[in-house]
Design a protein around this ligand. Structure first.
Ligand SMILES: [Zn+2]
Length: 665
């Protein structure tokens, strides 16, 4: 499961790109291990703004000093990540790749296209690249071209695109009411979640069709209704996406020669799964991957996360390649080493605690490339595998994406600290502690959050039981674990937080989490409900606390609304109480309770309040989300032998995307 960034933290924290803030540790405490690494003073992070998105360059500083064997391994895995990229774009919508072909032609060969049309096509294309298709990754809604269809058709013709295709795809490019939502888990009474969702994981299928149907390839197939019968188009080397999977496999096999034995076994298992598509091979791969604990280099490659599917079953393809950031791994290791202590102190019923926590592996990492479901918009933390049975038996691996977190912090405009904070003290606390507190709760979310708890007997598969509410529930559970333990004296005892900073860190985290319930509404510029699971869970937690405790107050000043965290003790007590209930719901597979929790607190919001937030944010010109330009690797060969791999930073989204598509070398 990935953790998406809550931008509220970064937005309220001012970190000039040229300084290195480090917390002043108490003389007898170990320093917290989270200061930003120094970056060259003239280095550019924020590259451009496109509509409400910002485009940011990602750096991987440690790459150059890796040994050649690891560089070579990363080089092949990097090619595998790029080779599978188009799978996810096709999964988003059946027309996405064809649409991309047209707009990329115009952007790559703009000669003769009129300037205004070209500027609009460039804007649209950049959004398309950032979101891997014509849907906003946060709102799930379609965005469209705002030039005239005639001007677009003329531009496409000038660039040599096929006129018939342009005419056929016109509604997708221009009409927001055609296939309006990519994933719609709450379409309203009497409406079907599959038919209301425009993604390409299903074709012609409604939920009712699934009754009595035995799905053999839940995670890795497209489900199609043909002549009244359901057919699973399996994603495998001789099946759907075979063309891409063949390339991915070729690069994975080349990578194997440079991998240490445990990783080579995992790569073998992954290739076997790509060949057969069978569940038992996916399980074998998950086990091999989680048992590879020591590799300094690792990859996530395949059909992994299930957020695109309103049922939460089918995996979106993604490719990530990364290496361990040794300097930053210290804190996350302390948390992992003490996982059993945290499990024993979870505020939920003893029967849902694990008696023995299985090997949790946790690392701070730097990513070299992220594609598909994980890029250009990236998570900040990941915990896998998602298969609950394998997690309980074999453990899980967690990564904190340090270079992504750094790039977020350094690319964030710093002049809006005070907008959503009720008092100057709150804004100051945010500046001093919120970034660090946010990184710490991210680590706990992944390492002891997702990895914790156990199912009741006979309820082994919570995904299947809790259905479309599961992802948001699980993300809420992991967030609550972080919020609960950041206030525990154990944080000081373990040397994770200096004693003198503990109170400030806790307040800063609770305040920023609370503010986020307001600030995140800026991302939902249309509609009146929240679709994205992490946003749902964060809304749910704050609104639940408001309804059930006195920890948070809503206040108004000068016509502006604020959410104010007024009592950290009540806040933590409430978090503990809610966490106990959320764990019970998961362990028992209580679908009705999950649905009630989210429909009461997590899904709906007041559109007037949203309008107010949007107008405050627009005055400050804040982005709603960031997409990253990835580092670029180039092999160096001498007499056909690989002698080095160099890293460079393209600083240009258009150039990188056209290179990935093969439109430009
Ligand atoms: Zn998560």
């Amino acid at each position: 499961m990935p953790l998406r960034r809550s931008l509220a933290l970064a937005l309220l924290t001012f970190i000039p790109a040229c300084s290195t803030p480090s917390p002043a540790p108490a003389p007898d405490a170990k320093p917290a291990v989270t200061a930003l690494a120094p970056a060259p003073a003239d280095r550019k992070y924020l590259l451009e703004r496109v509509a409400d998105a910002s485009v940011v360059q990602l750096y991987a500083d440690g790459f150059s000093s890796l040994p050649l064997k690891q560089k070579a391994l990363i080089w092949h895995l990097y090619q595998a990540a790029i080779a599978g990229r188009d799978i996810f774009i096709d999964q988003k919508h059946k027309d996405s790749l064809e649409m991309r072909g047209i707009i990329e032609r115009i952007v790559a060969s703009p000669q003769g296209v009129d300037a205004a049309t070209l500027a609009e096509v460039q804007r649209y294309t950049k959004l398309f690249w950032l979101n891997n298709g014509p849907y906003n990754n946060l709102t799930a809604r379609k965005f469209v071209l705002t030039c005239t269809p005639d001007a677009f058709a003329a531009a496409a013709k000038t660039a040599g695109a096929d006129a018939a295709a342009i005419a056929r795809l016109q509604p997708m490019f221009f009409d927001p009411s055609v296939d309006p939502i990519v994933t719609n888990k709450s379409p309203g009474a009497g409406k079907d979640i599959l038919r209301s969702s425009a993604n390409n994981l299903y074709s012609g299928v409604a939920m009712a069709d699934l009754q009595g149907f035995e799905e053999k390839y839940g995670l890795n197939s497209r489900l199609v209704k043909q002549n009244g019968k359901l057919v699973e188009e399996v994603y495998r080397i001789d099946g759907r996406y075979g063309k891409y999977i063949t390339e991915v496999v070729k690069h994975l096999e080349a990578a194997k020669a440079f991998a240490e034995p445990p990783m080579a076994r995992a790569l073998d298992a992954l290739v076997a799964f790509y060949r057969s598509g069978e569940v038992k091979d996916r399980q074998a791969y998950d086990i091999a991957w989680v048992q590879d604990k020591e590799s300094p280099v690792d990859t996530i490659n395949g059909f992994i996360e299930v957020y695109l599917d309103p049922r939460g079953i089918k995996g979106g393809w993604e490719g990530l390649v990364f290496y361990v950031n040794q300097e930053k791994t210290a804190r996350i290791k302390i948390i992992a080493t003490n996982a059993q202590w945290f499990e024993d102190h979870m505020p939920w019923d003893v029967k849902y605690r694990k008696a023995s926590v299985q090997g949790i592996v946790a690392n701070a990492i730097d990513v070299v490339v992220e594609t598909g479901d994980s890029g250009p918009v990236t998570p900040v933390g990941i915990n896998l595998p998602n298969d609950q049975a394998i997690r309980e038996k074999f453990g899980s691996k967690s990564v904190a994406l340090s270079n992504v977190t750094d790039a977020y912090a350094r690319s964030t405009p710093g002049n809006m600290r005070s907008e959503f904070a009720w008092s100057p003290e709150e804004a100051e606390r945010a500046a001093k502690h919120a970034e660090e507190a946010g990184n710490l709760t991210t680590d706990m979310h992944e390492v002891i959050g997702h990895a914790s708890g156990q199912q009741a007997p006979g309820k082994a598969n919570p995904q299947a039981l809790i259905k479309e509410e599961f992802s948001a529930l699980e993300e809420g559970r992991a967030d609550l674990v972080g919020l609960y333990f950041i206030a525990d004296p154990k944080m000081v005892e373990l040397g994770i937080i200096p004693a003198t900073d503990h109170d400030g860190m806790v307040r800063a985290e609770y305040e920023s989490y609370t503010r986020n319930a307001l600030v995140q509404l800026r991302r939902m510029r249309e509609g009146t409900q929240i679709e994205e699971d992490h946003m749902r869970n964060r809304q749910m937690i704050v609104r639940w606390l408001m309804a059930n405790t006195k920890a948070v107050e809503e206040r108004t000043r000068d016509g502006k609304t604020y959410l104010v965290m007024v009592d950290p003790k009540l806040f933590r007590d409430g978090v503990g109480q809610l966490l106990a209930e959320v764990q019970r719901i998961k362990s028992e597979g209580d679908y009705a309770a999950a649905k009630k929790l989210f429909s009461t607190y997590g899904v709906h919001f007041d559109p007037k309040l949203r309008d107010q937030i949007v107008s405050r944010v627009d005055t400050l010109n804040l982005p709603s989300y960031s997409g990253f330009v990835m580092p670029k690797l180039t092999p160096v060969t001498t007499n056909g032998q690989l002698t080095d791999v160099t890293i460079s930073y393209p600083m240009d989204l258009t150039q990188q995307m056209l290179e990935y598509s093969g439109v430009r070398k």
